[in-house]
Design a protein around this ligand. Structure first.
Ligand code: FES
Length: 99
């Protein structure tokens, strides 16, 4: 079952949207023309990632500065678990999460 999050036409470079789905906080972001869906929770200590700064495809968490490559999910500057990316699903002009 698709839980639609956004219209495809809204997904321009630099887009950020936050959503709550079944108690999970999610972040949808567009980097390098790619929509990426992830938990809106830093794997270090849980800060909301939507408040981080974006430099190209690297998102830096505001709390302690750990940076993650959004395309592959790996951290780039400190030991930490990778980001938890989620698979996207499409239905017509909508993008969302397949549950
Ligand atoms: S909570 Fe994100 S870097 Fe520490």
């Amino acid at each position: 079952m698709l839980v639609a999050l956004e219209r495809l036409i809204s997904l321009q470079e630099g887009y950020r949207g936050t959503f709550q789905v079944q108690g999970r906080q999610l972040l949808l972001i567009v980097v390098d023309q790619q929509p990426i869906l992830m938990e809106n929770r830093c794997p270090h200590q849980g800060a909301p990632l939507h408040a981080g700064t974006l430099d190209g495809r690297v998102l830096r968490c505001f709390r302690h500065g750990i940076a993650f490559d959004l395309v592959d999910g790996r951290r780039v500057n400190a030991p930490c678990l990778p980001l938890q990316r989620l698979p996207l699903a499409y239905d017509g002009d909508r993008i969302g999460l397949d549950l």
